[in-house]
Design a protein around this ligand. Structure first.
Ligand SMILES: *Cc1c(COP(=O)(O)O)cnc(C)c1O
Length: 409
């Protein structure tokens, strides 16, 4: 088993906090999610082997670990040897702190209330700094606490989202020179505006150049960060030179390519291997009830589906309130009893309707695959995404936190 070369693999056995029950039971929830430990570890090994051996991997677990569940995924990652996590908000950082091994580093890339700065600094959380107000606040709090705040200076290179613009840099550098005892310069970083598509090639290349120019301004003043980091999953694969000292990997850990293009590009370079990534998540429910409907009848609300013949249908207890998008109306597919079957009529708030003409022996309580595999058939999140124009990212992160999540081998 390969591990993050910057991190020691400490024994970590908090993992049984979420044991797999004998019979998977969705309890009071209408569906449940399973997470494959083997798939996750496979993906982490693949990433570790591809990424330069001196480059640290930060595991991005924002958006509730891309919908997989922070409390389930983070311990599995710690078990593998991951010791750096990236989140968006202070709230997520608290959740990671509570379930990660105690020697793991946590980095907040986005929102921190000034009131939360106190907590973050007292817990040695690493924070992105992309505006003067936060820089000054953070240094002031650190001084008051007698601590060194661990900062990552985010610089604007062309995404035009967050990050210091070039006019601000002289003041940033001056402040950093004046406040040296009160911080650790963990990183200088930026983010690319669409490394997953070759359409953005010129823009990303320009960003890479700008980053190297700006970085020099800091280095020339003796402000040497522990990590220069710029790459997400797509940049790591499509622009390997952007890996630098650390990469921030989100989507690929969970077994998804950032885009079809990134995958095809990889397969072109390494034609002899199959898709090296394995999906970690499956999402399942059960048949709620079964009934017969005659010919020339509309199904569900409105008039979006008219039966052409006598039709057997079943209802399943998932709808848009549970993360099953309304855009799957008349488009979605599920697997029941080894058959791929169609969602007919509109997706409701709490339930959806499936045409089971082709599998009339389906009965109440049968397992329904919303995402995942059964008897050699699979419904992938990507196919879901293509049906409904949702990116993997969006579908995954919309999975409600309340759905129970179980770890399987
Ligand atoms: C979400 C995010 C990442 C990870 O992106 P993936 O495409 O999921 O690898 C990296 N860096 C920043 C700043 C992000 O917001």
């Amino acid at each position: 088993m390969t591990t993050d070369s910057n991190n020691n693999l400490a024994p970590y056995d908090n993992i049984h906090a979420f044991p797999l029950p004998e019979v998977m039971d969705s309890g009071s929830s209408t569906s449940y999610i399973t997470l494959s430990r083997k798939a996750l570890h496979n993906n982490l090994s693949f990433l570790r082997d591809f990424i330069h051996k001196d480059t640290r991997i930060s595991s991005v677990v924002k958006g509730n670990a891309y919908g997989h569940g922070i409390e389930q995924i983070v311990p599995l990652m710690c078990e593998y040897g991951v010791r750096h996590f990236s989140v968006f908000s202070c709230n997520e950082a608290r959740r990671v702190r509570a379930c990660a091994s105690s020697d793991a580093d946590i980095m907040i890339m986005g929102w921190i209330d000034n009131a939360d700065l106190e907590w973050a600094i007292s817990k040695d959380i690493e924070i992105y700094i992309f505006e003067l107000d936060r820089l000054k606040q953070a240094l002031t709090v650190a001084k008051k606490q007698g601590k060194q705040v661990r900062i990552h200076i985010e610089v604007e290179t062309g995404m035009n989202r967050t990050g210091f613009v070039s006019q601000e840099l002289p003041e940033v550098i001056q402040i950093l020179e004046d406040w040296k005892p009160h911080y650790v310069l963990e990183g200088i970083c930026t983010h690319y505006a669409g490394a997953e598509s070759v359409a953005n090639y010129v823009r990303v290349k320009k960003q890479i150049e700008v980053f190297h120019t700006i970085k020099t301004l800091f280095l020339d003043k003796g402000l040497i960060p522990n990590y220069l980091h710029t790459a997400c999953s797509a940049a790591t694969f499509s622009y390997p030179k952007t890996q630098m000292d650390m990469v921030r990997i989100g989507i690929m850990q969970y077994g998804f390519w950032p885009s079809r293009e990134t995958y095809i590009r990889y397969r072109t370079q390494f034609p002899h291997i199959d898709d090296p990534l394995k999906r970690v998540i499956s999402w399942k429910t059960r048949v709620m009830s079964v009934k017969q409907v005659g010919v020339n009848e509309f199904i569900g609300y409105g008039t979006s589906y008219l039966t052409q013949e006598n039709t057997k249908i079943c209802t399943i207890p998932v709808g848009y309130a549970y993360g099953y998008s309304r855009s799957m109306t008349n488009i979605g597919r599920v697997i029941i009893k080894g058959k791929r079957l169609a969602i007919i009529g509109v997706v409701n708030m709490n339930l959806s309707i499936v045409d089971i003409k082709e599998a009339p022996d389906i009965k109440k309580g049968d397992e329904v695959i919303l995402i995942g595999e059964q008897q050699g058939l699979s419904i992938s999140v990507a196919s879901f995404g293509e049906y409904s124009n949702q990116l993997n990212y969006e579908l995954l992160t919309r999975l409600p936190k309340a759905i129970p999540r179980y770890i399987t081998e």
